[in-house]
Design a protein around this ligand. Structure first.
Ligand code: GTP
Ligand code: MG
Length: 425
C-alpha cells in the first residue's frame, strides 16, 4: 500500500535540543574509535613499508621479503594509533612476493581472496542472530595503494590485470613509487601514459568525491594529479634549520613533504585528512554491497519473485528448502542408479572371469589327459623293451648253458683216451 505522505512544516516555539544530534554522533563515534585498513600491493622492495612509515610518521613492524617466494601472500598487521583524542585501529596489509614468480598469471588471486574473505567475515557477522557489529573488528579493505614501478614506459601487464581484477572490490589509488629515481619530464610522460592505459583498459580507480562542496574543489583538482608520484623516507635531514623527512644524495636531498619534489603531501592529504571517511563509506556502500548482493543471490535470496512481487525471507527460505529437497531426491535417485549400474557391471565382470577360469581349467584338464596318455604310451614301450630284453637274456643264458655242456663232454672223452694210452704203454 502506498501512502501519499504529505509533510507539514512546523515552527518550533523554542529550543528543544535535537540540534545537538550531530554532536552526539561525533562524540559516540569518537568514543567507539575508528577502523581503517590499507592494502599495499606492489613488487618486493618497491617501498611499501617505507611509505607506510612515512605516511603515519612512525615505525611499523618491517620484515623484508625475499625474492624467492613460491606464490604471493598477504601479511596483515594491526596497530592501535591515537591522534588527539581519536583512536584508530589501523590494519596495514602488504603483499609478499608480488611480481617475483615466473608465472604471474594468478598473482592477483590471493589478493582477491583476501579481500573477499574480509567481506565474507563481515557478512557472517551481519547474518548472525546475535550479532555485535558495534564492536566488531571490521577488517574490510578501505583502500588499496597500488605501487607502480617508476622505471618503465608504462604499466606492466601484471599491474593492469591486477588492478582490473580488483577494481570492483576495493578503492584503488595508483601511486608511482620511488619517483625520485626518474626526472620530471619522464615522470610527467609516465603519469599520462599510465592514466591513458587505465582508461583504455576500463580500470576504475578511486575518484576523490566532488559532491560535497567543502572538498569539491580540492578533490577535483587532486583527481587530475593521479597517479601520485611519491617518495618515502624515514630519515630526518637538516634542511636550513629545520629537520625534514628526506632522502639524501651526493648532489642534494629529495624532501618528502616538499610539493615541488613529489606528491607525497597530496597523497597524505587525500588519504588521511580529506577522504578517509569517504573511503570507508565507499567500501561499505559500494564494494561490500556488491559482494553481499552477489553472495545472497548465489544463496537463493531475492527481493522480488518472478511476478515482481516482493519476496519475504520466509518465502525465500521455503522456496530454497523445496529446491533443496528436490535436489536431494534427485541426487539420491542418481546415486541409487549409479549403485545398481555398478553392481551390474561387477556381476558381469565376475561372470566373465568365471568363464575365463572355466576355460582355463578345461584346457589344463585336456593338457593333463594328453600328458597322461603320452606317459602311458612310454610305459608300454618300456615294458615291451624290458620283455624283449628278458627274452633275449633267457635265450643267451640257454645258449651259454649248452655251450658249457658241450665243452665238459669233450673234456671227459679226452681224459678217457689219455687213460687208455697210458695203460697200453
Ligand atoms: P618488501 O616488504 O620486502 O617487499 O619491500 P617494501 O616494498 O616494503 O620496500 P621497503 O620499504 O622495504 O624499501 C625497499 C628499499 O627501497 C629500501 O632500501 C628503501 O630505503 C628504498 N626506498 C623506499 N622508498 C623509496 C623511495 O621513495 N625512493 C627511493 N629511491 N628508495 C626508496
Ligand atoms: Mg615491506
Amino acid at each position: 500500500m502506498t501512502v501519499n505522505e504529505e509533510k507539514r512544516n512546523l515552527d518550533l516555539g523554542g529550543h528543544v535540543g535535537f540540534d545537538s544530534l550531530p554532536d552526539q554522533l561525533v562524540s559516540k563515534s569518537v568514543a567507539q574509535g575508528f577502523c581503517f585498513n590499507i592494502l599495499c600491493v606492489g613488487e618486493t622492495g618497491i617501498g611499501k613499508s617505507t611509505m607506510m612509515n612515512t605516511l603515519f610518521n612512525t615505525m611499523f613492524e618491517n620484515e623484508e621479503a625475499s625474492h624467492y617466494e613460491r606464490d604471493v601472500q598477504l601479511r596483515p598487521e594491526t596497530y592501535e594509533l591515537r591522534e588527539s583524542n581519536v583512536n584508530l585501529k589501523l590494519t596495514v596489509v602488504q603483499t609478499v612476493g608480488f611480481g617475483d614468480q615466473i608465472n604471474k598469471e594468478d598473482s592477483f588471486k590471493p589478493i582477491l581472496d583476501y579481500i573477499d574473505t574480509q567481506f565474507e567475515k563481515y557478512l557472517e557477522e551481519e547474518l548472525k542472530i546475535k550479532r555485535s557489529l558495534f564492536n566488531y573488528h571490521d577488517t574490510r579493505i578501505h583502500i588499496c595503494l597500488y605501487f607502480i614501478a617508476p622505471n618503465g614506459h608504462s604499466l606492466k601487464s601484471l599491474d593492469l590485470v591486477t588492478m582490473k581484477k580488483l577494481d570492483s572490490k576495493v578503492n584503488i589509488i595508483p601511486i608511482i613509487a620511488k619517483s625520485d629515481t626518474v626526472n620530471r619530464s619522464e615522470l610527467d610522460k609516465l603519469k599520462i601514459k599510465i592514466m591513458s592505459e587505465l582508461v583504455s583498459n576500463g580500470v576504475q580507480i578511486y575518484q576523490f568525491p566532488t559532491e560535497d562542496e567543502a572538498v569539491a574543489e580540492i578533490n577535483s583538482s587532486m583527481n587530475t594529479h593521479l597517479p601520485f608520484a611519491v617518495v618515502g623516507s624515514v630519515d630526518d635531514v637538516k634542511v636550513g634549520n629545520k629537520l625534514v623527512k628526506a632522502r639524501m644524495y651526493p648532489w642534494g636531498s629529495v624532501q618528502v613533504e616538499n610539493e615541488s619534489h613529489c606528491d607525497f603531501v597530496k597523497l597524505r592529504e587525500m588519504l588521511l585528512r580529506v577522504n578517509m571517511e569517504d573511503l570507508r563509506e565507499q567500501t561499505h556502500a559500494r564494494h561490500y554491497e556488491l559482494y553481499r548482493r552477489c553472495k545472497l543471490e548465489e544463496m537463493g535470496f531475492k527481493d522480488t519473485g518472478p511476478d515482481s512481487q516482493s519476496f519475504s525471507l520466509q518465502e525465500t527460505y521455503e522456496a530454497k528448502r523445496k529446491e533443496f529437497l528436490v535436489e536431494l531426491q534427485r541426487k539420491e535417485e542418481e546415486m541409487r542408479q549409479m549403485f545398481v549400474n555398478k553392481v551390474k557391471e561387477t556381476e558381469a565382470e565376475l561372470k566373465e572371469k568365471e568363464k575365463e577360469l572355466h576355460e582355463r581349467f578345461e584346457q589344463l584338464k585336456r593338457m593333463h589327459q594328453e600328458e597322461k596318455k603320452n606317459l602311458e604310451e612310454k610305459r608300454r614301450e618300456l615294458e615291451e623293451e624290458i620283455n624283449a630284453f628278458s627274452r633275449r637274456k633267457v635265450a643267451a643264458e640257454t645258449l651259454m648253458g649248452q655251450a658249457l655242456q658241450g665243452c665238459s663232454h669233450q673234456r671227459s672223452k679226452q681224459s678217457k683216451r689219455n687213460a687208455l694210452c697210458q695203460k697200453k704203454h
